[in-house]
Design a protein around this ligand. Structure first.
Ligand SMILES: [Cu+2]
Length: 157
């Protein structure tokens, strides 16, 4: 009798473990607990930017971005140039970049890193590509500490 009850208890324990591990993979309620980046896993709503193209930040500024070389393993430098409406290079904004691999979210996440200004007024961010595959860099622009623009750059190595 006691043996039968403990068998049933073991079966219940195994079954609830299986249900729990299934839920923690599938259910958004469980998923919210473990997100890696500040934006979480889902960046699909963030517009994807194209290298060299001009993007407006409101109607006061515009910017473009480029890499110093074709993205490849090792350190690549991302360069952002911001201009005022009148076309004068602008360095009064702050820009952060957060790099990661979407297919393995959090595994190589850099967190939000500040772009550094060079003497010309270009914003520079080194990105350390440690693995082949698809990479994503989420860019956040701030003016007077207020967020004014978010976009993301995708590239394959
Ligand atoms: Cu990876």
């Amino acid at each position: 009798m006691a043996g039968k009850i403990s068998k049933i208890l073991i079966i219940i324990a195994i079954a609830s473990l299986a249900v729990f591990s299934f839920l923690s993979q599938k259910s958004p309620i469980f998923a919210t607990c473990c997100k890696a980046g500040a934006l979480g896993d889902d960046t699909s709503a963030v517009p994807v930017l194209t290298e060299g193209r001009k993007y407006w930040i409101g109607d006061a500024y515009y910017f473009n971005y480029r890499f110093d070389k074709k993205p490849q393993m090792g350190t690549i430098i991302m360069k952002v140039q911001v201009f005022s409406k009148a076309g004068k290079q602008e360095s009064s904004l702050e820009i952060t970049g957060s790099a990661d691999m979407p297919s393995m979210r959090g595994a190589h996440s850099t967190g939000e890193q500040l772009f550094r200004l060079n003497k010309k007024g270009d914003y520079l961010l080194p990105v350390n590509v440690v693995m082949p595959g698809e990479w994503e860099v989420v860019l956040n622009f701030f003016k007077d500490k207020k967020p004014v623009y978010t976009g993301r750059v995708m590239f394959n190595v």
